[in-house]
Design a protein around this ligand. Structure first.
Ligand code: FAD
Length: 455
C-alpha cells in the first residue's frame, strides 16, 4: 500500500536517466510528480532512432534500480563485461579481469533502452505527469515560478519543490549560479571524444563481447563496449585540436592505421562515420550549494546537474542513481520534509561526488597510459593475489568503486588504510628477509671457518 503522506507537489526538470529514476522513487512514496523534458518522448515512433550509444552500469546503479524493482528488467538487456581486453599496437590481446575471482562484471547497457525502460516505469505511476517538449527557460528560486518553451509557445508553472535533473549544462543550475554564495567550478579537459561504431561481422560480434575493449595509446585512447545488436560502440578520446586536425578521409585513415590498425579493419565506413559524428566535450562540474531555500520554494540539483564528471570510471550515471537512493532515504528520515531532506542529502553526497570526480580524472591517466605497462599489470596481479589471500580484508579500489556501495569517500579512506598496512607488511617482510640473510651468512661462514672463538 502507498504510504499515508500528504502528497507534496514536486517538479523534476529533465527526464534523462536520473530524472526518471528519481520520479520512480518519489512516486513510490506517494508524492505527486511532474517531469518536464525538453526533448520529445523517445518512445514515440517519430522521435528518431538515436545511434546505439551505451554505458556501463555497475553495483551502485543496480542497487538503486533494485530498490524500485527495475534491476532485473534493465539487466536482462545488458551484456556483462567481467574484464578489460587490452589491444596492443601490434594487435596482441590481453585480458585483465576486473575482480579477483574473475566473476564480477560491469554491464554494457544501451543508453536509450535504459531511458525508455525508466520512462515506462515512470508511466506506471498514476501520480506522475510527463511533459515532453518543455524546455525550462526561466526559474525564480524564491517563488518557484518556472517558464518553459514548448511547440505551442511559452508555458508557466509554479511548484514548491523543484529538482534539476537536467544534466551537465543544467538550466536549473544556471538560474542558481548568480545568487550570492553560489560556488561554481567547471573544468574542461582539453580532450574531446568521438563515437564510432563497429558493426556486427557475419551476423556475430566482431570482438569478444565479454569485455570492455581498450586501446591505450598514451596520447589518445579508444574504448569499445558491446551492444545487444552485436555491434560495438567505440569512444575515441584525443586532444580536441588533434581530433579536429583529422579533417580529410586520408588523414583519418592514416591516424587509424598507425594507432588502431586492428579496429580500423573492423569499421568499413570509418572516414564517413568520423566526418558525421560530432566531437563531445569532457567537463567536470563542482557546485555548492545544491539546495537553495527560497521564500516559497526549495530548489535543488541531482545527477550531472549537481556534479558532472568525466567518464573514465564509468560512474556518472551510477553515481546519479545513488543520489536518488540517498534522497529517498533522507525523505524517509525526515518524514518527507523536502527542505530538510534535500539539505541532508546534499551534506551526505557532496563529499562522495567530489571524491568520484577526482578518481574519474585520475583514472583517465591509468586507462590511457598505465594499463599497458608491465608495472601496472604486475600491480593488478599482486592486488588480486592479496584479495584472494585476504578475502573481504583487502579489496582493490576498482572493486570497491564498481562492485560495492561503500560511499566513495569511505573507499578512499579504506584504500589509504590498506596501502599503509601493505607497505608496513612489505617492510616487515623485507626486514625479516634481511635478518634471515644475516643469520644464513653467519651460519655459512661458521660452517666454512669453524666456530668463532667464544661463540
Ligand atoms: P542527462 O542524461 O544529461 O539527462 C538530462 C536530461 O535533461 C536530458 O533528457 C535533457 O534533454 C534534459 N534537459 C536538459 N536541459 C533541459 C531544460 N532546459 N529543460 C528541460 N529538460 C532539459 N556513466 C556511467 O555510469 N557509466 C558509463 O559507462 C558512462 N559512460 C559515459 C560515456 C560518455 C562518453 C559520457 C559523456 C558520459 C558517460 N557516463 C557514464 C555518464 C552518464 O552519461 C551521465 O552521468 C548520466 O547520463 C547523467 O544523467 P542525468 O539524468 O543526470 O543527465
Amino acid at each position: 500500500d502507498p504510504p499515508e503522506v500528504a502528497a507534496p507537489e514536486v517538479t523534476i526538470v529533465g527526464a534523462g536517466l536520473v530524472g526518471c529514476l528519481l520520479a520512480c522513487f518519489l512516486a513510490r512514496r506517494g508524492h505527486a510528480v511532474t517531469v518536464y523534458e525538453r526533448r520529445p518522448d523517445p518512445r514515440e515512433e517519430n522521435a528518431g532512432r538515436s545511434r546505439s550509444i551505451n554505458l556501463a552500469i555497475s553495483e551502485r546503479g543496480i542497487d538503486a534500480l533494485r530498490r524500485v524493482g527495475l534491476d532485473e528488467t534493465v539487466l536482462k538487456a545488458a551484456l556483462p563485461m567481467p574484464g578489460r581486453m587490452m589491444h596492443a599496437p601490434d594487435g596482441t590481446l590481453s585480458f585483465q579481469p576486473y575482480s579477483a575471482d574473475g566473476r564480477r562484471a560491469i554491464n554494457s547497457i544501451s543508453r536509450s533502452a535504459l531511458n525508455r525502460a525508466l520512462l515506462d516505469a515512470v508511466g506506471g505511476f498514476p501520480g506522475v505527469r510527463l511533459r515532453f517538449r518543455h524546455r525550462l527557460t526561466t526559474l525564480d528560486p524564491d517563488t518557484g515560478r518556472m517558464e518553459f518553451d514548448t511547440p505551442g509557445g511559452p508555458v508557466t508553472a509554479v511548484a514548491p519543490v523543484i529538482i534539476g535533473a537536467d544534466g551537465a549544462g543544467s538550466a536549473v543550475r544556471a538560474r542558481l549560479q548568480h545568487r550570492p554564495g553560489f560556488d561554481l567550478h567547471q573544468e574542461y579537459l582539453d580532450y574531446g571524444y568521438k563515437e564510432l561504431s563497429i558493426p556486427a561481422r557475419d551476423g556475430d560480434f566482431a570482438l569478444d563481447p565479454g569485455a570492455l575493449h581498450i586501446w591505450p595509446r598514451g596520447r589518445s585512447m579508444m574504448i569499445a563496449l558491446p551492444n545487444p545488436d552485436r555491434s560495438f560502440t567505440c569512444t575515441l578520446f584525443w586532444p580536441e585540436r588533434e581530433l579536429a586536425e583529422l579533417d580529410t578521409p586520408a588523414k583519418v585513415e592514416r591516424a587509424f592505421t598507425e594507432n588502431y590498425p586492428d579496429a580500423r579493419a573492423l569499421i568499413p565506413d570509418l572516414a564517413a562515420q568520423y566526418a558525421l559524428n560530432p566531437v563531445g566535450h569532457l567537463v567536470t562540474v563542482r557546485c555548492e550549494p545544491w539546495t537553495v531555500l527560497g521564500r516559497a520554494a526549495v530548489v535543488s540539483l541531482i545527477g550531472d546537474a549537481a556534479h558532472a564528471i568525466v567518464p573514465f570510471y564509468g560512474q556518472g550515471a551510477n553515481c546519479g542513481f545513488e543520489d536518488c537512493a540517498e534522497l529517498d532515504r533522507c525523505l524517509a528520515e525526515t518524514g518527507d520534509d523536502y527542505a530538510a531532506a534535500l539539505l541532508l542529502y546534499e551534506s551526505r553526497r557532496k563529499v562522495n561526488t567530489d571524491t568520484i570526480a577526482r578518481l574519474a580524472l585520475d583514472n583517465f591517466v591509468e586507462m590511457r597510459d598505465k594499463v599497458a605497462s608491465r608495472a601496472f599489470l604486475a600491480r593488478k596481479r599482486a592486488e588480486h593475489a592479496l584479495e584472494r589471500i585476504l578475502p573481504g580484508r583487502y579489496v582493490s579500489r576498482y572493486e570497491l568503486v564498481s562492485f560495492s556501495t561503500v560511499p566513495y569517500a569511505e573507499v578512499e579512506r579504506r584504500v589509504a588504510r590498506q596501502r599503509r598496512w601493505t607497505a608496513a607488511a612489505a617492510l616487515v617482510v623485507t626486514g625479516v628477509s634481511a635478518w634471515a640473510g644475516v643469520i644464513l651468512r653467519n651460519r655459512v661462514r661458521a660452517a666454512v671457518t669453524g666456530p668463532e672463538p667464544g661463540s
